[in-house]
Design a protein around this ligand. Sequence first.
Ligand SMILES: NC(=O)c1ccc[n+]([C@@H]2O[C@H](COP(=O)([O-])OP(=O)(O)OC[C@H]3O[C@@H](n4cnc5c(N)ncnc54)[C@H](OP(=O)(O)O)[C@@H]3O)[C@@H](O)[C@H]2O)c1
Ligand SMILES: *[C@@H]1O[C@H](CO)[C@@H](O)[C@H](O)[C@H]1NC(C)=O
Ligand SMILES: *[C@@H]1O[C@H](CO)[C@@H](O)[C@H](O)[C@H]1NC(C)=O
Ligand SMILES: *[C@@H]1O[C@H](CO)[C@@H](O)[C@H](O)[C@H]1NC(C)=O
Length: 312
Amino acid sequence: MASDNGLTLTVVGCGTMGIAILGGIMDSLNTSSQSSEQEQSLPPRLPNRFNATCRSDRSASRIKNELGKYNANLNVIQSDNVRAMKEADVVLLACKPFYVKDVLQAEGVREALEGKLLISILAGVPEAQLEDLLYPGLSHEQVREKITIVRTMPNTASKVRESMTVINQSTPPLPQDTKNLVHWMMSRIGKVVEIEPKNMDACTALCGSGPAFAALIMEALADGGVAMGIPRAEANLMAAQVMRGTTGLVQDGEHPAILREKVSTPGGCTIGGLLALEDGAVRSHVSRAVREATVVASLLGSGAKNVNGTRH
Ligand SMILES: NC(=O)c1ccc[n+]([C@@H]2O[C@H](COP(=O)([O-])OP(=O)(O)OC[C@H]3O[C@@H](n4cnc5c(N)ncnc54)[C@H](OP(=O)(O)O)[C@@H]3O)[C@@H](O)[C@H]2O)c1
Ligand SMILES: *[C@@H]1O[C@H](CO)[C@@H](O)[C@H](O)[C@H]1NC(C)=O
Ligand SMILES: *[C@@H]1O[C@H](CO)[C@@H](O)[C@H](O)[C@H]1NC(C)=O
Ligand SMILES: *[C@@H]1O[C@H](CO)[C@@H](O)[C@H](O)[C@H]1NC(C)=O
């Protein structure tokens, strides 16, 4: 670890997601010096040295190609996760869930990670499973004395830095500086919300599956345009921009119900279309899609739940 005030961040399994997150961080570090950082909760120490691990030459050159432009202090390390973790202050676990056992149970990993912050983005791998791989048999409290693990869940829009990322709230709570660091890092690729552990499955459904649901609605909007004669390419472009514009208004503070009412001129076409949507029970079907996806997420997770959402 170096003498300056910066942190060394190691991304283990640096593929699509790892590159997206590192790119966001490096980009932010490059630009923040001139543009005044408006964030109140900037962590006191930010990462400024980066190690990215992978195995294949293909992955290594991809990392260099995509991140080289940021001109940051970045090293690509092939087939030596342990060395890269040893040198790190913070480790971002970003390999495929399938490989996590190999990665965490390799010789020397436990020692390399001791006393450090481990941030996981692995889909469907609960914190308890990571604890078990590193310290089989130890309780959560005992593990927390040796390592800080934070489970985060970014979504597919990370690639365009529009992720809706949820962070599982830790018990006991993380120190404020650690919390700020995790929030800062993950907000380089989009928005971040910290949630209570019991809402993890619902957030998997809303944030993880949500882009697929929104894509279906977007397709339907475009299809309607096509049905009435708009060429496909234009209809797709229009549907996407309409959803983006609606998003912008809501994120600017407009309530969706007020927005809808403002557009509904008496006797006009919008209210006519809305009536057709309500006849089709779109509202309850979309809500129930999230509910259904939550149930499936809970069945895929470790502690099986019934459809009522309560553990048994
Ligand atoms: N994609 C999403 O939208 C999304 C959303 C939420 C969460 N996630 C989670 O993010 C994680 C990464 O997804 P991804 O799409 O970025 O996958 P990816 O592109 O396949 O990246 C995984 C990387 O891990 C490397 N790797 C595999 N085994 C390794 C090992 N033993 N040591 C070091 N590196 C190793 C691979 O390098 P080689 O090719 O050299 O083996 C590859 O570059 C997954 O756990 C996924 O669940 C993804
Ligand atoms: C990790 O990165 C730092 C700074 O970029 C570098 O000095 C160090 O040698 C790297 N570690 C490995 C194992 O390559
Ligand atoms: C979230 O964190 C809590 C407390 O640290 C832990 O008990 C729980 O298993 C975590 N949930 C997931 C899904 O990782
Ligand atoms: C849901 O809850 C009701 C009432 O508590 C119970 O009768 C029912 O069996 C539950 N459904 C499942 C699938 O567990």
